[in-house]
Design a protein around this ligand. Structure first.
Ligand code: HAM
Length: 480
């Protein structure tokens, strides 16, 4: 016993003043000494430090709220949808772009809009060591637009079609389908103002969901017009909201003058109530915008892509003009919007580029996988190793090592023991990892150069020469 700690050689069991161990926590001695005692932070006699200590230990073994690990037993699902998305994006002529995880804060303030929830409440912003304000990307569009301008893409063959697969960061209330670090697939199409571009982007998503086997994702579309029609609409909206100002949240009171449309998108319950009967922008768009929207609708109908008009879609980002759309599921509850996007014809100019129309979408990968799970869509299971090589004895171990490398070099997935286990334990492990074939090497095999190959799915065995094993395995159509 040592004050509040009872110790064994490797572990320390931390106790409080009463001598009990409230959290029943046993921690490795190395952690205790290196983290606290050695640096003089922690005096195990004092209860306060004890709790501080326990809190820190908890943080060390817990990811920050709203983030999660993607573990090996689920990674195949990610590979599956990522590969499908890449493949479809390529089929539609989109090329991948990789953008930085962080950008100058001003890009998002200007691009996403400084009256949006994202910019006002949700960004991870910090000063770097050079004193610059940096923000972890809350979405992909602003970064891709920055890259379009910086890399002179306006001189490339138009339209420029880009896709991305990124993480994004928003300080949001965490719940199912809503995280602080999440993944987005997205596309951005620059240079085409034609309604044909709108339906191309939507049709890519339509096909993606179809090929994944996802059913019942409702496509809702709306038009939120251009700056000209929006100016007139904002006046109408302000008239409507004028008598309700007292019931709006603090942020929306400020938005009333600067950007009243953002109030339509506020997550505050009282604000939501106040806008229930607000005039719809779609009823006030100008003739050109109305024509554009009509053509989008007729093209979608001609392409057999079902949709509904949802006059309530305004989207949470300021850059949108004209067509906006969402694919919504009823299965994931309040976070049912699997994908959202729209046209942003003024964004490139607003960020300092030459006026260029743009349209794109962002698709939440976590929500996509949740939806696939809910719809019980089967994703091909990961392949187990083709062959496990067991061995007994030193010479056999060396032969197992060289044979394993030879098979791996031939594209055959192969595993062997590296834990000095008994042959019995090796076979138990081979069983656990579900290896299709097994061979065991011992003195006999080393001497004769022959092994018994056992097919674990059929129980069949075959004697084969070690020299020809690669060819034999490839003949069974395993490996690449
Ligand atoms: P967004 O609607 O903010 O649009 O996000 C797109 C999708 O990302 C959402 O529909 C949702 O599936 C997913 N998502 C958003 N926030 C979270 C979160 N906290 N946790 C999990 N998933 C989330 C954009 O980001 C635009 N940049 C889309 C775009 C591209 N528009 C034009 N081009």
């Amino acid at each position: 016993m040592n004050g509040n700690t009872c110790s064994s050689t490797r572990f320390v069991c931390v106790k409080d003043k009463s001598g009990s161990n409230p959290s029943n926590r046993v921690v490795p001695r190395e952690c205790l000494s290196s983290l606290f005692v050695d640096r003089g932070f922690f005096d195990p006699i004092k209860t306060v430090e004890f709790y501080y200590f326990m809190g820190v230990m908890e943080m060390l073994a817990k990811a920050p709220k709203g983030t999660r690990d993607i573990l090996p037993d689920e990674i195949h699902k990610w590979y599956y949808v990522e590969e499908k998305f890449r493949e479809i994006a390529n089929r539609f002529g989109y090329k991948e772009i990789r953008i930085p995880v962080f950008e100058h804060t001003e890009l998002f303030e200007r691009g996403v809009g400084d009256t949006t929830d994202i910019v006002q409440k949700e960004m991870y912003t910090f000063n770097d060591k050079g004193g610059r304000s940096i923000t972890l990307r809350p979405e992909g569009t602003a970064g891709v637009v920055r890259s379009y301008i910086q890399n002179g893409m306006s001189s490339w063959a138009q339209p420029v079609k880009l896709f991305y697969d990124i993480t994004a960061y928003r300080y949001e209330n965490v719940q199912k389908g809503r995280y602080r670090e999440f993944h987005q697939f997205g596309v951005e199409l620059f240079g085409a103002a034609h309604p044909g571009a709108d339906v191309e982007v939507i049709s890519l998503l339509h096909l993606f969901f179809k090929e994944l086997g996802i059913k019942n994702l409702a496509l809702n579309i709306n038009s939120i017009g251009c700056p000209t029609c929006r100016e007139k609409y904002n006046q109408k909206l302000k008239e409507f909201l004028g008598t309700k100002l007292d019931n709006l949240c603090h942020t929306c009171k400020e938005r009333y003058d600067r950007n009243p449309m953002r109030i339509l998108d506020c997550k505050d319950d009282s604000c939501k109530q106040m806008v229930v009967n607000a005039p719809a922008l779609l009823d006030h768009i100008c003739e050109d915008c109305a024509k554009h929207f009509e053509r989008v609708k007729s093209k979608l109908t001609a392409m057999d892509i079902p949709f509904s008009i949802d006059k309530g879609i305004v989207r949470g980002l300021d850059y949108y003009t004209r067509t906006v759309f969402e694919f919504v599921s009823e299965n994931i509850g309040s976070q049912g919007t699997v994908c959202g996007g729209g046209r942003y014809d003024g964004l490139i100019e607003a960020c300092g580029g030459t006026p260029t129309p743009g349209i794109g979408f962002g698709l939440g990968v976590e929500r996509l996988l949740l939806e696939m799970d809910n719809q019980k869509i089967e994703i091909p299971a990961p392949k187990s190793p083709d062959i496990f090589i067991g061995f007994v004895g030193e010479q056999a171990e060396e032969l197992a090592e060289s044979l394993t490398l030879k098979l791996r070099a031939a594209g055959i997935s192969c595993d062997k023991d590296i834990m000095a286990r008994s042959v019995r334990a090796q076979m138990k492990y081979a069983n656990k990892i579900n290896s299709r074939f097994i061979i065991i090497l011992g003195d006999n095999e080393v001497e004769s150069g022959k092994v018994e190959l056992k097919d674990m799915t059929t129980g069949e065995t075959k004697d084969i020469n070690i020299d020809t094993i690669v060819d034999r395995l490839l003949k069974y159509k395993i490996g690449n």
